[in-house]
Design a protein around this ligand. Structure first.
Ligand SMILES: *[C@@H]1O[C@H](CO)[C@@H](O)[C@H](O)[C@H]1NC(C)=O
Ligand SMILES: *[C@@H]1O[C@H](CO)[C@@H](O)[C@H](O)[C@H]1NC(C)=O
Ligand SMILES: *[C@@H]1O[C@H](CO)[C@@H](O)[C@H](O)[C@H]1NC(C)=O
Ligand SMILES: *[C@@H]1O[C@H](CO)[C@@H](O)[C@H](O)[C@H]1NC(C)=O
Ligand SMILES: *[C@@H]1O[C@H](CO)[C@@H](O)[C@H](O)[C@H]1NC(C)=O
Ligand SMILES: *[C@@H]1O[C@H](CO)[C@@H](O)[C@H](O)[C@H]1NC(C)=O
Ligand SMILES: [Ca+2]
Length: 473
């Protein structure tokens, strides 16, 4: 026992020197031999710009096709610069927002100029990862030639199906969005997930002075973890208890909506529109793969990030139990108790570490029925029924290609209401047909019958045998 305690202590030290939650499991020696200990674990933060796919809209917003000259805000009458998509030295394609710049050479994506003023100059930049990620530090977008006067950062958590605003940016929030200007430091623990409009990154300061627009993650973490993030445990505790906090930092896609370029002053000079455009040299997105605390590694496989799931879980985000490990329903790992958390491992169906009553993952509740002296699953889901949720509900039949613990184990009979006697079917999905009807679902008629909300004898004379057998039934 003492040895075990010492080993555990050593292990905890190891885990904390490695950083928090970096270890999913460890072999621990006990009096009974070596056993695996499992811990909540998460991958290390990474620079996600290396993995992002970039799309810019509308088509034709990137400069250089046809080639055009542009000026700068600092010196609007020196317009010697040129953008030419067909010349590699003068082209400014979108991938220059994510390249690794070498030799101190700044490379950037650039849009066409605002020649069509007063029509707004609008551009969207959509960043996709095809993977749920969790921000671990500030998003930072670097603008050459001035930061936009108005822009919005949006995020999606469902691969771009739905979007929500993440932060609004304007030199005048009330005017642009009818929102009072805020800073993240105005936020308290109770409203840390509030979507704000900030004026901090939109004011003109000269394009060379401050090029960066941030989405502040550190400052939000600091509300719980202290100014130097020295108390991450406190943040992780909040992540567990505060609904929506983890989701706030989670995304699969980001979108920058650029609504008005830098003006270099208070109004637009109509006689020199070649100095208004957007140019972005870098987009930094520090984040980790969201693996629900079930993986410490996240690898690029066939071009997509993929959690290397432990704890008998599977799926892109380790969001399911593996086949055959559904004795309990799936749960994300937990940061608590510190420092190693709780793995919430998926256990093998029928194993003693699972619940005693097998429900094949269709229920997580059992109940003892006194007068029958049995333990039975309660409220079987996925259209199952029975003491162990091992049967299909009436009106459903067993999916032969699915395991008993599969969510798709029961398939609806789908018997044709008009053609069948009732809505139940046999073990291979065949319904019981009324006279004249046929087919697995009883939605066809036998020869000599016609379909009209059921099968009716068509009165013709070629099927006398059938007719008489019909009368006799
Ligand atoms: C940018 O995306 C928004 C939706 O998020 C869309 O309404 C808008 O038309 C897009 N703008 C451009 C220029 O494609
Ligand atoms: C997204 O990732 C999933 C799982 O890794 C993969 O099956 C799918 O093909 C990917 N989609 C794209 C567009 O790459
Ligand atoms: C958040 O709450 C603090 C104090 O409760 C308040 O001063 C601040 O205005 C709130 N921020 C927002 C954006 O509502
Ligand atoms: C998977 O589940 C089995 C049975 O519950 C357990 O012994 C094993 O340690 C688990 N494996 C992992 C990697 O968690
Ligand atoms: C039967 O189960 C398999 C395996 O899970 C699944 O792919 C298939 O969609 C299921 N069939 C139906 C009709 O639900
Ligand atoms: C279901 O009924 C069909 C048609 O009568 C029959 O061929 C099949 O063998 C039956 N399946 C079972 C499992 O009874
Ligand atoms: Ca660059």
């Amino acid at each position: 026992m003492l040895i075990q305690a010492v080993l555990l202590l050593l292990l905890h030290c190891l885990a904390s020197t490695l950083g928090q939650y970096e270890l999913c499991k460890s072999l621990v020696s006990t009096d009974e031999g070596s056993v695996w200990e499992h811990y909540a674990c998460q991958p290390k933060p990474a620079s996600m710009k290396d993995y992002m796919r970039i799309k810019v809209d509308p088509p034709g917003i990137t400069c250089g096709n046809p080639p055009e000259r542009f000026c700068t805000l600092e010196n609007p009458y020196l317009c010697s610069d040129e953008c030419d998509a067909s010349n590699p030295d003068l082209a400014h394609p979108p991938q220059l927002m994510q390249d690794r710049e070498r030799n101190g050479l700044i490379t950037y994506w650039q849009t066409v100029t605002w020649r069509r003023h007063p029509e707004p100059l609008l551009a969207n930049i959509t960043l996709s990862w095809n993977k749920s990620l969790e921000l671990t530090d500030d998003i930072q977008i670097t603008f050459e030639y001035g930061r936009p006067t108005i822009m919005v950062l949006d995020k999606s958590m469902d691969h771009g199906r739905s979007w929500q605003p993440y932060q609004f940016y304007a030199d005048d929030c009330l005017d642009a969005f009818n929102m009072p200007p805020k800073r993240v430091r105005d936020l308290s623990p109770a409203n840390i997930t509030r979507v704000i409009c900030t004026e901090q990154y939109s004011r003109w300061v000269g394009s060379k002075n401050d090029k960066n627009v941030k989405f502040e993650v550190r400052a939000r973490f600091a509300v719980f973890a202290g100014p130097r993030l020295q108390n991450m445990d406190s943040l992780y505790t909040r992540m567990e208890s505060m609904k929506g906090l983890r989701d706030f930092f989670t995304f699969t896609n980001l979108r920058l909506r650029l609504l008005k370029p830098a003006l270099g002053g208070t109004y637009v000079q109509r006689d020199n529109l070649l100095k208004y455009f957007y140019a972005i040299s870098n987009i930094e997105v520090p984040a980790r793969c969201k693996c629900n605390l079930h993986a410490s590694q996240c690898l690029l496989i066939d071009g997509n990030l993929q959690c290397q799931c432990e704890h008998n879980t599977t799926g892109q985000d380790c969001q399911r139990c593996k086949k055959g490990f559904k004795a309990k329903s799936w749960k994300a790992g937990s940061y608590l108790p510190a420092p190693n958390g709780t793995p919430n491992t998926c256990t093998i169906a029928g194993s003693p570490s699972g619940s005693n009553c097998e429900c094949y993952g269709h229920s997580n509740r059992c109940s003892y029925i006194d007068y029958l002296n049995i333990v039975t699953c309660v409220s079987c889901k996925h259209n199952t029924r029975g003491q162990n949720c091992q049967h299909c509900r009436l009106g459903y039949f067993r999916n032969a290609s699915a395991e008993l613990d599969d969510e798709n184990v029961c398939i609806e009979c789908n018997c044709n209401q008009m053609g069948s006697v009732h809505d139940r079917c046999n073990g291979t999905g065949f319904c019981q047909c009324k006279d004249g009807a046929t087919g697995a679902k009883c939605d066809d008629c036998l020869p000599g019958f016609y379909w009209k909300q059921g099968c009716y004898w068509n009165g013709c004379c070629n099927h006398e045998d059938l007719f008489f057998s019909f009368l006799l039934r």
